[in-house]
Write a protein that binds this ligand. Structure first.
Ligand code: PBG
Length: 334
């Protein structure tokens, strides 16, 4: 082919892409199974497992079934799990009192996991929605307001209950004001100075949580979560939330969802002096599964690419329902 233009280039970035081995040498971001936190759905009883239609491949399971799955997780190198409970309707009330029952589903699960896999890091969710008859993360007043300070009191009891069961991290996902300081103080007063707090700091009022709420049957009965979760339009507000949570004692801060909020993630990663987590939420998972099932996307590649994008944007750790699948893909790559 005759050249139309005489290119006289000194810098040719393509030289650094010329072979797989050169690309390996210059790669700026590495994805590792050690980055993953695997969220799992648990329920009461034994030897039961139920499919979650809007999250193909994910199930709700009893603790004994989870323990079997964790053997597989452990052998894949997954080091951290986050159990989310599905609570029977009969145990729900208006103040979420089941949330701090020491013999409740979550503490029972934490004890069982820590007994069998002491090195597995267990991160528990702190919010009232699975336990609250109203399906909100906080206590709802008779006029429909989400009561901040009253909720924080319950969250503190819940955090101490999980810490007593052996949780390594408690993870407030409720977005009430002042909860990190209050929980830190409650944990310290109860002697749990080594229990860490991962704060869902920039948690947006997102429609991408839909499949998760199906999984736990925890959608709000009335109203939405916009008076406590953040407006997707806001960036500065995320920095305020993160700054407050760091001042209040968060050991790790989180941005959630992940893939539509990578700008927020990058900015938080640049400004924070604690590690940053990102949550690839249920809707992000469901979308990729659906497109792959239709043959529209190459599942293996989009799973790893989505996680790489999140890591590159500054997440030190990634909560993902793809944890096991991605772990297998990464070990094949080597
Ligand atoms: C509950 C909670 C939610 C998620 C994690 N913790 C749902 C919500 O806030 O409504 C969402 C996770 C996901 O969609 O994967 N406080």
């Amino acid at each position: 082919m005759t050249r139309k233009f005489a290119l006289d280039l000194v810098r040719r970035p393509r030289r650094n892409r010329k072979s797989a081995t050169v690309r390996d040498l210059v790669r700026e971001t590495e994805l590792s199974v050690k980055d993953f936190v695997y969220p799992v759905f648990i329920m009461e009883g034994s030897n039961k497992e139920e499919a979650i239609p809007s999250m193909p491949g994910m199930t709700r399971k009893t603790v004994d079934v989870l323990l079997k799955e964790l053997e597989e997780c452990f052998s894949l190198g997954i080091q951290a799990i986050a159990p989310f409970p599905s609570i029977e309707e009969s145990k729900k009330d208006h103040t979420g009192s089941e949330s701090y029952n020491p013999n409740g589903l979550v503490p029972t699960c934490v004890r069982a996991v820590k007994e069998k896999f002491p090195e597995m890091v267990v991160m528990t969710d702190i919010a009232l929605d699975p336990f609250n008859i109203d399906g909100h993360d906080g206590i709802v007043s008779p006029t429909g307001e989400i009561l901040n300070d009253e909720t924080v009191e319950v969250l503190c009891k819940m955090a101490v209950c999980h810490a007593a069961a052996g949780a390594d991290f408690v993870c407030p996902s409720d977005m009430m004001d002042g909860r990190i300081a209050a929980i830190r103080e409650a944990l310290d007063n109860a002697g749990f100075t080594n229990t860490s707090i991962m704060a869902y700091s920039a948690k947006y009022a997102s429609a991408f949580y839909g499949p998760f709420r199906d999984a736990l049957d925890s959608a709000p009965k009335a109203g939405d979560k916009k008076t406590y979760q953040m407006d997707p339009a806001n960036r500065k507000e995320a920095m305020l939330e993160v700054s407050l949570d760091m001042e209040e004692g968060a050991d790790i801060v989180m941005v959630k969802p992940a893939c539509y909020y990578l700008d927020i993630l990058r900015e938080v990663a640049d400004m924070s002096d604690v590690p940053v987590a990102a949550y690839q939420v249920s809707g992000e998972y469901a979308m990729l599964c659906a497109a792959a099932e239709n043959g529209w996307l190459d599942r293996d590649r989009v799973v790893l690419e989505s996680l790489m994008g999140i890591k590159r944007s500054g997440a030190k750790m990634i909560w993902t329902y793809f944890a096991k699948e991605a772990a297998r893909l990464l070990s094949k790559e080597k």
